[in-house]
Write a protein that binds this ligand. Structure first.
Ligand code: KG4
Ligand code: ZN
Length: 339
């Protein structure tokens, strides 16, 4: 069979990324992060779309350079069509549409959350084992928290989700309360390594079924710190490691509790994690421990495929290319998740 070259483009939030795939292997995966949001406590949509506009062409050039291929060798262009920020999505979508039209090659739309999961199927010599269907995936990012039942590449069902904040949002909001810059998740992860996860007990939500809630945690952290800061204005500074470790531990416990419940209910022992929060070292360890304790076969993505990247868009694009599932030029981006 002839080789297939796919260009993947990701611009749903605050990372501009382009990747080139040869069949299911990555030739290049370039990510430009946006520093402009650092001191706003979250992504500022207008600043994000402006930065995407500045980054998109250089990032694609760089990806083609690294892959050592010419744009005329590309067989298709895959891009994130949602969910995400509308202004950000539009930059990637418009570029992908014009590029596919100019080159006369198919356009492929990709659902960002499905792509996080399908990143597990990138052919990587360091991670030769691919998940076996059916498997469960805890998909945890800045905007979403879902437990998915994956029956096939394109047969995925949400069996649990957050009713308010996402897990990544819980990390970022906790970090903001502690005075840390955005995105706070990786900083809490780092600080937590020096702290005691049982130093502070935060309550767990009581939500039915396989659903999650994280807004209560944010409120408990706020009240807890308000009281402590009255007695000691330096409380956060003096306890940031214990605070981080305890917050991280609480989030992981909430996630793992429902994931165990899902495994129990479905009888499925093949369990994956995906999305930005799957980069968290505590969550990764909790999965490994669970695999020892419950006999799960766990799948943990490589670090660079956890947070937003275009390699995951390109691999999803590759599977759709093989199926002949192409998109129309008339397609418009969507902001909220749908199956
Ligand atoms: O998937 P992602 O890169 O973007 C979205 O689709 O939202 O996820 C970003 C989220 C942010 O909330 C960020 O704080 C969180 O993932 N994150 C982490 C870590 N790395 C990224 N959270 C905890 N620990 C980490 N190491
Ligand atoms: Zn994401």
């Amino acid at each position: 069979m002839m080789d297939t070259y796919i260009l993947g483009i990701e611009s749903s939030c605050d990372d501009t990324s382009a990747a080139v795939l040869k069949n299911n292997k990555i030739l290049a995966n370039v990510v430009a992060n946006q520093d402009v949001h650092k001191f706003y406590g979250g992504v500022v949509p207008e600043l994000a779309s402006r930065a995407h506009q500045q980054n998109i062409i250089p990032v694609i050039h760089r990806a083609l350079d690294i892959a050592k291929i010419n744009k005329n060798q590309l067989n298709a262009v895959a891009f994130t069509n949602g969910p995400g920020l509308l202004g950000s999505l539009l930059v990637g979508a418009s570029f992908a549409k014009s590029f596919s039209m100019a080159l006369g090659i198919p356009l492929i739309e990709v659902n960002h959350m499905h792509a996080h999961i399908l990143a597990h199927f990138i052919d990587d010599p360091q991670q030769p084992e691919k998940p076996e269907f059916p498997f469960l995936c805890l998909t945890v990012s800045g905007g979403h928290t879902q437990i998915m039942l994956i029956k096939d590449y394109f047969n995925m069902q949400v069996i649990g989700q957050t009713i308010d904040d996402a897990a990544g949002e819980a990390f970022d909001k906790a970090a903001k309360i502690m005075g840390l810059p955005y995105p706070g998740g990786p900083l809490i992860d780092k600080l937590a390594k020096e702290g005691n996860p049982n130093a502070i007990k935060f309550p767990h939500p009581n939500i039915p079924d396989l659903d999650f809630s994280f807004s209560g945690l944010k409120t408990s952290i706020l009240y807890f710190l308000r009281d402590r800061l009255k007695e000691n204005p330096d409380f956060i500074e003096q306890h940031k490691a214990d605070l981080s470790a305890s917050i991280q531990h609480t989030i992981i416990e909430i996630l793992m509790h429902k994931l165990r419940k899902a495994a129990h209910q479905t009888g499925i022992k093949h369990v994956a994690i995906a999305g930005g929060v799957s980069a968290n070292s505590g969550l990764r360890n909790a999965m490994i421990q669970e695999s020892d304790a419950s006999g799960w076969k766990v799948y943990i993505p490589k670090f660079e495929y956890s947070t937003d990247n275009a390699a995951m868009i390109a691999i999803t694009g590759y599977f759709k290319y093989v199926k002949g599932d192409f998109a129309s030029q008339k397609l418009t981006p969507f902001t909220r998740y749908s199956d």
